[in-house]
Design a protein around this ligand. Sequence first.
Ligand code: SF4
Length: 389
Amino acid sequence: MSELILNCESFNKILDGRKISIKEYYQVFKISKENPDELFKTAKILQNKNHGKVVTFSKKAFFNLVNLCRDTCTYCTYKAEPGESKLSLMSKEDVQNLSKLAKKYRCVEALFVTGERPEERYSLAREWLDQNGFSSTFEYLVHASEIALNAGLFPHTNAGNLTKDEMRELRKTNPSMGLMLENVSERLTEKGMPHHLAPSKNPNERLRVLEESGQLKIPMTTGILVGIGETPFEVIDSIFAIKDIHERYGNIQEVILQNFNPKSDTLMKDYPSADENYFKTVVALARIIMPQMNIQIPPNLSPTSYSSFLSVGINDWGGISPITPDYVNPEFSWPEIKKIEENCLKAGYELKCRFPVYPEFFNMVESTLVEKMLSINDGENLVRNDYWR
Ligand code: SF4
């Protein structure tokens, strides 16, 4: 029996390493709604037990390769229409130049983001691909990843629902990849809901990609968007769906919990931001459901309170860029890395820089990429302090 006896039997069971059912987790949410203290306490104990007093981040450059998108999610401001000032169509030269700049600033990760198969919907995307000598966004991603890798960066691609063959090809240059599950609820794809016009957000499609990445043993980052009209139970179901894939394939390296913030140029512009207490409860639930998982919140989306999440279960800040904006949340700039480090220290945590792939997943990465990482590896599969500082 654990030394710390909490009032709730479920928490004591969790701390003793015993399994509790999904129904008991629903119950935990209900109990914690009014008073989350015991939930937070349990999450923090599990965080410290599994990750110690270390919190990580990835120093990155955000390559907004193409932000035309076949789909429409009603909360998304990343997606552009032809002619809009935010439209991004990076040329090979743009990729070269940003790679060089990122290397100069000692970034480690090249985050490649695109909309969902833009060439299926826009002639502009097809022309742009043609001008660069490619027939699909995927083909271009392979090339762009090679450019970044040759410049000394490590690509991490987040390009929507890739096929198994596409992921197999991309793993040659990408130590890890990403795909947000968002939420496992099919209800959110119904008429009037955020994913109604986004077939790629169909939960079965997303789970298919995550599952195939598992079959390929690709370290995968996924996550949940919190506050888009889901119920708390649908969030718990989503965490369980991720847990299930990880139990079967062992390749989910990180779960991002992203709090919804309305964007003024979207259909959800009047929808409220995710309530911070609710968001913290979700973070803590993720920690107690998956005690060993790497759990991330983006610090720019909680600019005044991000360090308080160190008390509810997180152990990572995700990618932070000293040179490029967060094109998915352009109204929230990233805090300075130095400032984050100060705040971590104040909370009793040491900040360390990781590669896009987490240390414990290096055994899944192509050996050629592991070799390339050697020169800036600190010996524990994190980035050497003297490199990133
Ligand atoms: S969130 Fe992704 S899939 Fe949805 S509209 Fe934006 S770019 Fe497209």
